[in-house]
Design a protein around this ligand. Structure first.
Ligand code: HAM
Length: 416
């Protein structure tokens, strides 16, 4: 009966999720590790809006990418402007770099960010329509030291979080001129094997032949095993740049596997590209990735400016963490049978003095309050007795002793 009259319930949209209080500690640990490592390396936090003009992504990420072709949440606002929920952070940060004249600052400008991103993808484990990334971008230097610094920083963050076993895949796409020549060679190779390729790959031989490396179609994969690789055709300064990146990673003791089939789903890359993958994650094994994008700032209307960066998926990091941190225990739970107002005042005072303190707010019996103290994983309970005395109970050992009410905060280690 009741069910019939109940208003229809809402659920979070497909591919999205709620972050509940129990998940907070692990998320905070990821944010703290990123902030610590990146902040200490001179990266400043930047925040850009959750939506941008659609044209920024169409141009910046690339018209032929899956992201722009089928994954953007795009709509017209009430003023008739086409806007898009950001699918990634690099193009918006280049927009901000140009808009705020950051090329006048000492280069490179080192920035990091964290926040929600949106892609209309088929939801599955580790793949969402709204997800969170932490990312870092260094804009304004073509030195291989910046590529290496950024890779080492992500490696350090993952190690701090207990995911030091993620595999680092490394490649170079060369510079645009060399890549254009290589693309022609790859197109020719693909046309020679057209009959064995998936329809999707065949349709994109002209617009984006390198995506063929990403296909999971068995026939295409077999063809790609024998395909020419850009990595084998690196020459001149591209080759030197890549050798220097590798040498710096070697010197830092960061191990990697060269992977000439590594393609990234965004068009703006040149030279170094990389990805960290974790086998525990199954199909969506990419924890984070990035690379150089020396042409993007200019493509978006700024001065010619080399740049490099990465982003990592926070939900994927959380899935890969083997022992995520538990929610913080509280310091003290104040229990009282009759003295509710004094308990309330004491908790307020303890909180003022920096302690994590709590009390029952649901009129529980004394026994119920002790249970609640246990559930809250408090280190101590303070028991206010009706005769004006108080007891301090160590919740782990069960030891209990009298305590002077006035000195409870200092007994618990609070400052003044
Ligand atoms: P991306 O490889 O598209 O690169 O995304 C980076 C990371 O975001 C992925 O490795 C993955 O962990 C996470 N991610 C992507 N899509 C989803 C999804 N649908 N659900 C959950 N997690 C996801 C970029 O976004 C570039 N902007 C990185 C970059 C920065 N390149 C240079 N600078």
């Amino acid at each position: 009966m009741a069910a019939k009259n109940r208003a229809s319930r809402h659920q979070a949209p497909k591919g999205t999720f709620d972050v509940l209080p129990g998940d907070g500690a692990a998320r905070a640990a990821v944010a703290a590790a990123a902030e610590r490592r990146l902040g200490a390396a001179g990266y400043g936090r930047i925040e850009t809006p959750a939506f941008e003009d659609t044209g920024l992504f169409a141009r910046g990420v690339g018209e032929s990418t899956d992201i722009v072709r089928k994954e953007m949440f795009t709509f017209d606002d009430q003023g008739g402007r086409s806007i898009t929920l950001r699918p990634e952070g690099t193009a918006p940060i280049c927009r901000a770099y140009i808009e705020h004249g950051m090329h006048r600052l000492p280069q490179p400008v080192k920035l990091w960010y964290r926040g929600p991103f949106f892609r209309y993808e088929r939801p599955q484990e580790g793949r969402f329509r709204e997800f969170n990334q932490v990312g870092a971008e260094a804009i304004g230097s073509d030195s291989p030291m910046v590529d290496a610094e950024l890779i080492i920083l992500l490696d350090g963050i993952l190690t701090d979080l207990g995911i030091g076993d993620a595999r680092l895949l490394l490649s170079s796409l060369g510079s645009p001129g060399a890549r254009a020549e290589y693309r022609d060679e790859l197109r020719e190779y693909l046309r020679d094997h057209e009959g064995e390729l998936s329809d999707e790959v065949r349709d994109r031989i002209d617009s984006n032949p390198m995506r063929a490396f990403d296909s999971d179609h068995p026939g295409t994969r077999a063809v790609m095993d024998g395909a020419p690789r850009m990595l084998d055709r690196l020459a001149g300064e591209d080759d030197e740049h890549f050798a220097e990146v590798r040498a710096l990673l070697d010197a830092a003791g960061v191990s990697y596997a060269l992977d000439g089939s590594l393609v990234r789903g965004l068009d703006y890359y040149n030279r170094t590209v990389f990805e960290f993958a974790c086998d525990r994650l199954g199909a969506q094994s990419g924890i984070g990735g990035g690379g150089r994008y020396d042409g993007l700032v200019e493509l978006l209307g700024g001065p010619a400016t080399p740049a490099v960066g990465w982003a990592a998926g926070i939900e994927r990091i959380l899935l890969a963490m083997e022992s995520p941190p538990e929610p913080e225990a509280i310091d003290v739970f104040v229990v009282s049978a009759k003295e509710r107002e004094r308990a309330f005042a004491l908790v307020a005072e303890l909180r003022d003095r920096g302690l994590a303190a709590d009390l029952d707010l649901a009129d529980r019996s004394f026994k119920g309050q002790m249970k609640q103290a246990d559930r809250s994983r408090a280190r101590y309970a303070v028991i206010l007795e009706p005769d004006g005395t108080a007891k301090l109970r160590d919740m782990e050992s069960g030891e209990q002793r009298d305590v002077d009410r006035a000195s409870i905060a200092s007994e618990l280690g609070a400052g003044d």
